[in-house]
Design a protein around this ligand. Structure first.
Ligand SMILES: *Cc1c(COP(=O)(O)O)cnc(C)c1O
Length: 231
């Protein structure tokens, strides 16, 4: 793993890129939250973030995140990896937000778990706007039905949408299209359902520019901060 000084340099570089893209696309950096993704790195990576003033991180796997939660404190955890509905109970009260709600079944389990524990659970709906068969997520045409249920679920707070662009290095138009669709979908749903979902979680190390261009409010960044993962 990299050392803390290298992390600080990477963080400054990523923040600088976000600011440049904001300037380029006429947006305010205040509109965009950087979510460091600490998956596959030990809890030391989480502490690096914390000491640099970033106290919210993204994790892919429930078990890994729960382990790191034992070893840290004062962090808001966001689940950004696929969640099987039979594990829904394990995440209630443990994560600030679940970004990967992608089925009615999972939604129902989260509502039941949150109700039982008497808590509210923040969620995003994951949409596969790139229609990538390798990705999880609702198809755009399925989102309405799931949103309707989410809005009727008294222990769930639906704050927006999340997507992962198809992997297409050197073809920024692929990510741009997927991100543009997510934004249009959110705007249309806000209008149709008379709600005000703000969050568009989209953009990673390789497609930050397209994400900010397309209206992202949260970029999830792993390798640009922590280096490439060696498994
Ligand atoms: C790993 C991961 C990221 C971060 O990806 P990088 O390319 O390393 O920045 C973002 N979002 C999700 C859902 C991920 O799984």
């Amino acid at each position: 793993m990299l050392n803390e000084e290298q992390f600080r340099e990477n963080l400054a570089e990523v923040v600088g890129r976000i600011e440049r893209f904001c300037h380029e696309f006429n947006r305010s950096p205040d509109e965009i939250t950087l979510l460091p993704v600490t998956k596959k790195w030990p809890s030391e990576a989480v502490r690096f973030c914390q000491r640099a003033g970033v106290s919210r991180v993204g994790e892919n796997r429930v078990q890994d995140a729960l382990g790191k939660q034992q070893e840290t404190s004062g962090i808001l955890w966001e689940l950004i990896g696929h969640l099987q509905s039979n594990k829904a109970n394990q995440v209630i009260g443990r994560f600030e937000r679940i970004q990967t709600v992608d089925s009615l079944k999972l939604l129902g389990k989260l509502q039941a778990g949150a109700e039982q524990k008497g808590v509210k659970c923040k969620i995003l709906l994951q949409v596969n706007t790139g229609e990538d068969p390798a990705k999880f997520g609702l198809l755009s045409e399925q989102v309405e039905a799931v949103l309707e249920h989410a809005l009727a679920s008294s222990n769930l707070l639906v704050e927006g949408l999340m997507t992962i662009a198809p992997y297409a290095p050197g073809e920024p138009s692929v990510a741009r299209r997927a991100f543009g669709r997510l934004r249009e979908l959110r705007d249309r749903l806000n209008e149709d359902f008379k709600v005000d979902m703000k969050e568009l979680s989209m953009g990673m190390s390789g497609d930050l520019r397209e994400a900010i261009e397309s209206g992202s409010t949260m970029v999830r960044v792993g390798s640009a901060l922590f280096g490439e993962r060696v498994q």
